[in-house]
Design a binder for this molecule. Sequence first.
Ligand SMILES: [Zn+2]
Length: 251
Amino acid sequence: MDGNDQYTWLFAPPGQQSAYPYAAPPSQPSWQLTPQTSHQPYSPNSGYNPQPTPAPNWAHLPPCPGSNLVQGWSWYGFENLVICPSCWASFASATPLAPLAPLQNLPIAEPRMCCLYSPRMRALWIEAGTNPSHAAVQQLLDFSLMRLEVYSATVPTVNYLRHQLMLQRSQAMHLSQMSTMYQGMDSMKIIAGTADKHHEYGNNQLGWFRTEHGATSAQFEMERRAAAARADDPGTLAVIAELEARWMAVE
Ligand SMILES: [Zn+2]
């Protein structure tokens, strides 16, 4: 069954019926839009619905991946404005632009991102559909292409930089554990009286310690501070904030 026939348009021109799929007018209850499995008569005025309300017909579809790139999915929509099966079934298929979309469940091996998870893109999609001229569609696709270019220029770099900061944070945590462990070994050796009383360990930068474990602990602590500083590097955080602002302006 073609999804386009099942529902009235989301935003119909004035004077025509307009409704969401699950807010259909009383003359055409939404539960009658899916095939009936039995032939029990049903009166909209009887006050009793013998048919349980069916689950939405997209309930079995994988959830929209949002702004994540996914590989090997099938897509709807247009080349520069691909739509995941979930957004297509729950939103786009019931709009005036749906019949104009050349991609209909087309498998694409390369990673792609659903363009209609975004409230901004949904609003533009609806706007283009109120008067679906070639120019209106082209304007929508031009914006979508520009948006994808901003995505490519920002989001992967943000993800990379965030990952680097996370690695530094985890490195700092590891160095902290190592420093604590050697500090413990230093203390035990001193308490046990096995530390060399005539020798100190370390250097002018680290300081001087009674055991080699004390010096090692200080070395780890110095490296921890450096890693923690890299994890909070103001320059990197500023680059991330700038790239995120660029993406959020069009997302
Ligand atoms: Zn989607």
